[in-house]
Design a protein around this ligand. Sequence first.
Ligand SMILES: O=C(O)CCC(=O)C(=O)O
Ligand SMILES: [Fe+2]
Length: 267
Amino acid sequence: MSEPLPLVVYDALEDQVVALERDGYVFFPHMLSKEEIRTLRGSMGRLEADAAQYDRHTDPDEHGFMNKSINNVFNRDPVFLPYLDRPGVIEVTEAVLGEDAHVIGMTAWLTGPGRPEQGIHVDWQPLTLPEDIMADPRVRIPVYITTAHFYLDDIYEALGPTQFIPGSHRAGRTPQHGETMWHEIQPRSIICNAGDVVLFRSEVWHRGTANTSDRVRYLLQVHYARRIITQKFPPYLNRFQFDPKILSQATERQKRLMGDHRPSNYD
Ligand SMILES: O=C(O)CCC(=O)C(=O)O
Ligand SMILES: [Fe+2]
């Protein structure tokens, strides 16, 4: 097994942006207090999956492992609102995706013992280009979509860390036929602490690994995109409704991140 990724901390916003663009991810330590972690875990544990909203909650006896994922939790409990625009993360997000960036999803995700390793993948590949073109330093593909992982456990190998292949977004393509390395660079684990955050661009090669422990891993994912990329709040065709009680507690910036935009292209 490869060594864990060194968790380099960049303090200045411009260095954080450079890391995200160059490595494909950027690490933020100690973003949440113990109290916040406890509150988030409590709420995530209590939330009930609603199949109509495309949530999942598997029965370990049938599925092999417990997998609970609840979509768009900012609309389920006001405790999630502050994670739309967590200071420290939101500045990098807006710097790379624009001042009118928005949240395209927010998932509370619990993965139980027995979860298998994922294949190396990208979450979304904006375009495909030959590798020699991608290697030209003049070619700079904008970041279109990012995800923040708010880790709510002290992560160790058996709990199933996320692994990244640094710089692999410059492959200019998705991994093919079970490829597990890019340019001989192996996937390496993020072994971090509860309350740490990793923000990554959608086309960096990565995977979630197997949970071989006897514990459940708690992860809050916040997906951000440029405003022109659609939000993904199921169920569709008018059936997703914002909870007015939660909206009334949101700040102007949080409302913008949920979609309350000023008119722009195509509006
Ligand atoms: O579980 C993880 O750590 C990563 C999950 C992931 O990459 C995905 O589901 O797309
Ligand atoms: Fe992924």
